[in-house]
Design a protein. Structure first.
Length: 126
């Protein structure tokens, strides 16, 4: 599966988890967000990549959602004015990853994240 498909799937799984954590049906989330329940279902199944506006609408409709995380999972860079500055929200290590997301090509960022995940697993196994 390509990285775009993986990202769509991960974004969809995150939306589904948040929706269920909020005890919302697809129809409930559709009413809160203004997005059709069938489209939300398709997003949750990883069939469609959402627009930036859809990501924002879903993030604002789900308690516990981190809009920065959702934007990154969907392949967008958080816009200033939409979220607080990264320097206020995150420690330096997270700022480094967010900068890498903006500055690296999608293929290079995927490799970067794979290295981070492998390192994390290796440290957990120690």
């Amino acid at each position: 599966m390509n990285s775009e498909g993986t990202n769509k799937k991960q974004f969809g799984l995150t939306i589904r988890r948040l929706r269920l954590t909020n005890n919302l049906s697809l129809r409930d989330l559709a009413k809160k967000s203004g997005i059709s329940y069938s489209f939300i279902g398709s997003i949750e199944r990883g069939r469609f990549a959402p627009s930036r506006e859809t990501v924002v609408a879903l993030g604002q409709s789900l308690d516990g959602a981190d809009l920065n995380e959702l934007m990154i999972l969907a392949g967008y860079v958080p816009a200033s004015g939409l979220v607080r500055e990264e320097s206020v929200l995150y420690e330096p290590e997270v700022q480094f990853i967010l900068r890498a997301k903006r500055e690296l090509t999608p293929k290079a960022f995927k490799t970067f994240m794979r290295i981070v995940e492998q390192t994390k697993k290796a440290l957990e196994d120690e």
